[in-house]
Every structure is written in C-alpha cells, then in structure tokens.
Write a new protein. Structure first.
Length: 353
C-alpha cells in the first residue's frame, strides 16, 4: 500500500514506467510498449487500461490520442471519473489532451472501499485510440474540492453516477477536482465523521475553491442546526484561505399531476418543513458566499423534459430511483455547475474545456 510519505527517489522510479510523449523532461521513459502497441503501463485496446504505481497526490496526465483509423476516445480515471469527454480524431491524425487527476486513498468515497493504489486510467469510447502518455507530479495545482452526498460523489458501481464524477471532463489541466462527497451524509454527519470535513479542512490551501452541496439527507435537521452546520463549514474554509461556494441540491424526480415538480419531496423541503434550498440561498446572501442554484437549474430541466423523458436523467427505469442520476443526468448536471462557475468567474476562464 503506497502512502504520501513515499520518498522522492521511489516516486521517480515509479514514474519511470510511464511512456513519454516526447523526450522525457521529468523522469519518465520513452521506451515503447511491448506487444499490442499500447504505451508502457497500459494493456488492451477497447478499452486501453493503464496503471501507474504512484503515491497519493495530484498528477498531470498528457495523452496523445489518435491513430491510422478514425477514433472516438473517452478517458476515465480512478473510480469512474470522466476526465475527458468523447474526443473524435480523423484517420491519420492525432491530438494532445491534458488533464489533472487527484490520486487519493480511498480513491472513491472517503468512507468507502480503498480501491486500487496508484493511478488508474481507462481509454474507452466507441473507438479508443491511445498513441502516447505522460504522467508527471503536479503538487501545487489548485484544487476544486467537492463536499456533498451520494448525488455528488464518485459512485463505485454503474449505473449510479454523481455529478462530481462527471465534472472533471469540463476542466483542463491546471486544476484538480478533489471529490470528497460521500453517500448518506447530512450537514451534521459530514462535520462529525473523521474521514470527511475534519480530513478535508487541512487539505485546503489559499486560493482553493470548495463547493458544498448537502441537503438530501437532512431530512429531520432543524433550520437552526442546518444553518449552523453550513456556517461552520463556511467559516472553516475561509480560515484556511479557501473560497466556499454554496450549491443548492439537485431536485428529486417527483411530479405533480400538472407536470410540475412536487413542492415538498422534489424541491427538498424536509420532514420538519425546512425549505433547505431556500436556507442555502439566504446563507449565501448573508455571508457573501457565491451560490450555484442547482435546484433551480435542475428543476427547469426536469420540468422541461416532463414526466417521461426526464426518466433518462435518473435511475427511474433501472432502479426505481428518482433521486440518483444516471450517467446522462450526472453529465448534464455537471455541465450546469461548469457553466455557473464560468459565468460567475469562480475559476479562471482558461481552465474550462
């Protein structure tokens, strides 16, 4: 099991197995792979699966995608995180794409199974083509932290997909999405669990951005406690030099007979009558915190699609689940977060893909 205390020479030895795109500049090897033509450290063809024995940390990955035939390549990292959306390449052409990956342990949900140590990448899609690969440490890369519940987290098993799992594909190399969302957490349990907020807080550096979406599991939280819990997080993040951003929760897919969403269940009014999204909006205004009103955005989209077509955004057909999103739903909702971050200038424009 690798740890963050790995020595620099050991780290460089591990990186020596990575295939470089060009002459190595940071202790990577340009030796060709043996066998099927995949880069060293990678096997297979559809998908191409790559593993590198590196310590937890932040890594910049640069891939040369394309080949003799036409290609359509998608890249996922670690626990099913989409780090590059489907990328077409014409026959005989190649493109260079870079992204940043947060390698941590455990690699998915903070209270979940550890997963495999090191960095895992999968080059899939309808016609994946990988010609070269370079992995380098990126220790000082700014972080975009995600604090949330199961609708945000890196879900281990398909078809469940959190929007935080799909967000990295919309960002270029130069920022790392560090998803610390965890299934079943309320605003109180996220503060109390040692693997959650107490573990995230010391990782925050000056200039990092922290998105907070906690509401789905605050079913019996009083208004006073809910406000106090979010305020505690806001103050702590600011004390570390980070920038908190409040995110209202995605809606649940519960319709009224007239085709609008139910004002209680769907819009996250809890069992005590606390309108959780409204409390988030009020707290954002009171504390001068940026707000991503994902409740309003997802409500508009679900009502636009209607009771039947909106099933595709959730796991209604697969799991009889109207709370958790499908890969399509998570991807659409991640795009909404991307757009809000860009429109409010919460991240530099150059970082958006």
């Amino acid at each position: 099991m690798l740890t963050a205390r790995r020595t620099a020479p050991a780290l460089l030895t591990a990186l020596a197995a990575v295939t470089a795109l060009a002459a190595p500049a940071v202790a990577v090897s340009s030796a060709p792979a043996s066998g099927a033509g995949a880069p060293a450290g990678c096997t297979g063809s559809a998908p191409v699966v790559c593993h590198f024995d590196v310590a937890p940390g932040t890594y910049r990955v640069t891939a040369r995608i394309g080949g003799a035939a036409e290609g359509r390549t998608t890249v996922t990292a670690e626990t099913r995180r989409t780090v590059l959306g489907e990328t077409p390449t014409a026959a005989g052409r190649q493109v260079i794409r870079s992204f940043t990956v947060d390698v941590r342990e455990p690699e998915g949900e903070p209270t979940g199974a550890s997963g495999s140590p090191g960095l895992d990448l999968a080059f899939g899609g309808p016609a994946p083509l990988l010609a070269g690969l370079r992995v380098t440490p990126a220790a000082r890369t700014p972080q975009l932290f995600l604090i949330g519940d199961s609708t945000v987290c890196d879900q281990l098993g398909s078809p469940y997909t959190g929007w935080g799992q799909e967000l990295p594909q919309y960002l270029r190399a130069g920022i790392s999405v560090s998803n610390h969302a965890d299934s079943g957490e309320s605003s109180q349990t996220y503060l109390d669990q040692p693997q959650l907020f107490p573990a995230v807080r010391p990782l925050i550096r000056r200039g990092d951005t922290v998105l907070i979406q906690l509401a789905h599991n605050d079913k019996q939280t009083t208004e006073a406690d809910y406000r106090a819990n979010l305020t505690t997080m806001i103050d702590a993040i600011r004390a570390e030099g980070g920038r908190p951003v409040l995110v209202t929760p995605i809606v649940r897919r519960w319709f009224n007979t007239d085709g609008t969403l139910d004002n209680g269940t769907a819009l996250l009014v809890n069992g005590l009558g606390v309108d959780l999204p409204q409390q988030i909006r009020l707290l954002a205004a009171e504390h001068g915190v940026p707000l991503v009103d994902l409740t309003a955005l997802t409500r508009r989209r679900v009502e636009e699609l209607g009771p039947d077509a909106s099933k595709a955004l959730y796991l209604t057909d697969e799991k009889r689940d109207n709370t958790h999103t499908s890969e399509r739903g998570a991807t659409e909702y991640a795009a909404m977060v991307r757009d809000a971050l860009r429109e409010q200038h919460l991240l530099p424009g150059r970082l958006f893909r």
